[in-house]
Design a protein around this ligand. Structure first.
Ligand SMILES: C[S@@+](CC[C@H](N)C(=O)[O-])C[C@H]1O[C@@H](n2cnc3c(N)ncnc32)[C@H](O)[C@@H]1O
Length: 139
């Protein structure tokens, strides 16, 4: 599973141009593995924040330091149902929304949208239920 996750993350970072951003906030970014992968593959003008529950953010800080990225990557503990960091021009929600009901999802999305500027992007990364993908299109 770990190997699959790594491969999947590498696939995303190789196919999407993250170098156009100045500051990427990974909301619910866990130990920062994905953001580390992004920052390792982008120029040094790209900075980031791993945002997760306080105890998880501590683990992220260790992981970020282990990869010598503390100068480019902050770790912030908090609750995405209350607020998210403000400095992002890119927000990532990777495998977050599928854990919550609609009401909770709206609350997370609303908190992100409060911090977004007109030019900011929100990237939602998760697997789509294949039955949803296969909804027949009207002819
Ligand atoms: C399914 S994991 C996804 C982790 C990571 N984005 C990934 O793709 O591997 C969900 C993450 O959301 C975090 N999380 C759960 N509730 C949270 C909250 N209220 N505020 C911030 N983070 C939260 C968890 O600690 C966990 O790291």
């Amino acid at each position: 599973m770990k190997e699959y996750k790594k491969l999947f993350q590498r696939n995303v970072t190789s196919k999407y141009d993250f170098s156009k951003f100045k500051h990427i906030v990974d909301v619910g970014g866990n130990d920062g593995t994905f953001l580390v992968e992004i920052l390792q593959n982008t120029p040094s003008h790209v900075h980031g924040t791993v945002y997760d529950l306080p105890e998880v953010a501590k683990k992220a800080a260790e992981n970020v330091a282990k990869h010598n990225l503390s100068g480019r990557c902050k770790t912030i503990g908090g609750n995405f149902f209350e607020s998210v960091p403000e400095e992002g021009d890119c927000y990532i929600l990777k495998y977050i929304l599928n854990d919550w009901n609609d009401e909770n999802c709206v609350s997370i999305l609303r908190n992100i949208s409060k911090q977004m500027k007109a030019y900011s992007k929100l990237l939602i990364i998760q697997q789509i239920d294949s039955e949803e993908v296969m909804v027949p299109l009207p002819l």
